[in-house]
Design a protein around this ligand. Structure first.
Ligand code: GDP
Length: 197
């Protein structure tokens, strides 16, 4: 079903988002963490995340509908961190992100993408805090797992789990690799749970 995902629209602010009906799941991650690759791997659609990387769209909230279920959406949130932009602009993006995460009623859960070698950045912690503000579940993909040996990847997973102990009711996590197609079924199961229950 995720293969049918198609670009719907982009919005700069919560007010310009499509109607807040049905259900959606949002993807967030620091720039370069591997968010686009994860979305591509989960939907089997290269063009999707490319859409979000089109210049001018990178700092927009990008919506994709699942074709057979027009009231189910995947949402690609702006990547964060690499752009050398003025502090005031960053504050503006942060404000829109927080607004979306706090107030979007159809939002069922957040897929938070982290490079397994650099987990829990300041940005990641900010997102977790916002999700926690409204008791919204978060599923973490520790991606680029192929960059570590299997033992080291498992250790990294355990370390992140330990650091998130205070949030264990809200947060689940897994290893993922878009390159090796590792963890795709598990991640899709989480999407299913949020979009169908
Ligand atoms: P985004 O900025 O978060 O959307 O990140 P991208 O998906 O564009 O990925 C950033 C870089 O990491 C690119 O060079 C990707 O090829 C690479 N990358 C993404 N996922 C993986 C993965 O699972 N394994 C490896 N080895 N590289 C990855």
């Amino acid at each position: 079903n995720y293969q049918t995902a198609a670009f719907l629209t982009s919005a700069p602010t919560l007010a310009q988002c499509p109607p807040d009906t049905g259900v959606e799941v949002a993807f967030a991650g620091r720039s370069n963490a591997g968010k686009s690759s994860a979305i591509n791997a989960l939907t089997g659609q290269k063009a999707l995340a490319r859409t979000s990387k089109t210049p001018g769209r990178t700092q927009l909230i990008n919506f994709f509908t699942l074709q057979n279920e027009s009231d189910q959406r995947l949402v690609d949130l702006p990547g964060y961190g690499y752009a050398k932009v003025p502090e005031a602009v960053k504050q503006e993006w942060q404000h829109h992100l927080a607004d979306y995460l706090h107030r979007r009623t159809s939002l069922q859960g957040l897929m938070l993408i982290m490079d397994v070698r650099h987990p829990l950045s300041e940005f990641d912690q900010m997102m977790l805090g916002w999700a926690d503000d409204r008791d919204m579940p978060v599923h973490i993909l520790l991606t680029k797992a192929d960059k570590l040996k299997s033992g080291a990847a498992k250790q990294a997973l355990q370390q992140v789990r330990d650091r998130l102990r205070e949030w264990e009711d809200l947060v689940s996590l897994q290893l993922f690799s878009a390159l090796k197609r590792q963890g795709i079924d598990q991640a899709r199961q989480q999407l299913d749970e949020w979009l169908h229950d």
